[in-house]
Design a protein. Sequence first.
Length: 539
Amino acid sequence: MKKQQQTRTAIYCRLSRDDEQSGESMSIENQRILLRRYAKEQDFEVVEVYTDDGWSGTNFDRPDFQRMKRDIENGGIDIVLVKDLSRLGRIQIETSLCIQVFFPEHQVRFIAVSENIDTAKGEDDFMELRNLFNEWFVRDTSCKVKSGYRQRALNGDYTGAFAPYGYRKDEQNKHKLVPDENTASVVQHIFRLAVEGYSPYKIGRLLRGDRVLTPRAYLAEQHQRYLKVVNTRHPYDWGATTVKTILQNKAHLGHMVSHKATKPSFKKKRVVAVPQDEWIEVRDTHEPLIDEETFALAQKVIRVKKRPTKEGEHQIFAGLLKCSTCGQGLSFARGGSSKTSGGKGGRGSFACNQSRTRGKAYCSFHYISYVHIYEIILADIRRHAQTAREKESIFVEKLAMVSQNQQKKQWRAAMKECVRLNSRESELQTIQRKLYEDNALGKITDEQYVTLSRDFTEEQAQLKERLKLLEEQLNQAESKQENTTRFLELVREYTDMKELTKAILNELIDKVVVYDAEKINGKRVQRIDIYYRFVGLLS
C-alpha cells in the first residue's frame, strides 16, 4: 500500500504548433505511449494523463498544466513524467522554479524520460543548460517568425488569418486579396451612407434592418471549421464600432497596412499597439473597393461627434463651425417651439462651446442663429457655383489668385521658420562642442555633461523633425493647380441647389470660422469665413 502511494504518477504531454512546424517528432499520442511504457517498466501507478495540445511552452497558464498543479497541491500525485524538459516549459526561470521549488515543496519526484533526468537521483548538472537552450529555441523561433512577417508586410502581402470584410483570399495566392462578390457591395454601401452624413450608429441600424450578416457572422458561415463561437441569435446585430472599423480600414483603398500591433516579448501573450508612424503601408497591392475621395469624406464624417436631437436626427453643421478666437467648435442649442432638427426653418443657435461650458472669462460667445448661418453658406455656394458655370475663365483666374496668395503666405512662413530652426541647430552644435570641451577640462562634472547633452540632443531631434515637416509643406506647391480643377468640378454641380444637406457640406467645405458680431453704424455686422475643400478661403 505504501508503494502505491509513493508511485501515484501523472503523465504530462504538450505539443505546440511551433513544435509541429519545426519538425518536432513526438506527437501527443506518441508521448503518451512512451511515458506509459516507462511507467509500466518502473512499476509506477498512472493516476492521470494531462494533455495540452496546441499550447506554447512559454505559456504557463495552460489548462491541463494548471489542473495538474492543483492535483499536486491537493496531495494526489507523487511523480510527474514528461518526455523532456521542453514539454514542461520553454521559459528557463518558470521551468526551473517548477522543478526546483514547486515539486520539492510538495514532495513530488520529476522525471524527464528521454533526457535521463530524475530528481530522485540528485540534481542534473546539465539541466539548467537544457532549460536555457529550450528558451533560446523559442526566442530564435520568435525572431524568425517576426522577421518573416515583417518581410511579408514590406512586400505588401496579407498575413492575417482571415481577409478583411469586403475581400477574400485569392485561391492561387493566400497572401493576396481579391474582392468578395458577397460583401464588396456592402462595404461600398456603408461608405455611400457615411458620405451622405449617416453616423456609424445609424448605418448599423440600417444594416440590421436590411438583415445583413455582421462580418463575424459572415465569417462563421464561410469558415465554420474555425469560427464555431458566434452570436447565432443576433447575426445581424451591427454595432457602431464594427461600422467605424470598416470605414477606417485602408485595405478598401487597395493599400496594405501592417505592423499595427506587436508582442513586446515572446514570453508573454500581451499585445501592444505600435505608434502610427511605425506602421508599414504598401500602396496599390490589390483592387480597391473605394476611391480616395470617398474615403477622405468618410473619415471627415466619422471624426465628428454628433449628438442627435429628440427626434433622433443630427443637425447638418456638426463639426464644421469653429470659433475664430479659441478654435473650438460651435455647439448647437435649441430655441423656441419650432422644429430644431436641421431644417431651414429651425429655431436654434450656435455659440462657442468653450464659452458655453466654461464661461465668458475663457472666450466670448460668438453667437449666430441657425437660419442666419444656413442662408449665408447656401448663398455663398450658389454664388461660386453660378460663377463657375457662367464665367469659368474668371472663376479659374480667381481661384488661381487665391491659391497663389495663400501659397505665398504659407511659403514665406515656412521659409522664415526654416531659417530660424537652422540657425538654432547651428547654435546647438556649437553648445554641444563647448560642453564637451568643458567636460574634458574638468569645468563641469560627467553627470552635468550627460544631463545637459541629453537635453540639447532631444531639442536637436525635435528641430530635425520639424524641419522635415516644413520641407514637405514647401514641396506641396505642385498640387495646387490640380486642387483648383477638383474644386471647379465639384462646385459646378450646385448652381440650382435648393437646400443644404450634410453630404453637400462634407463634399464642399472644410470648416466655417465664425467671428463675434460687431455694431457698425448702428447695424449688426458679423464676419463668416468659409474654407472650401482644396482651395481654402475664397472671400
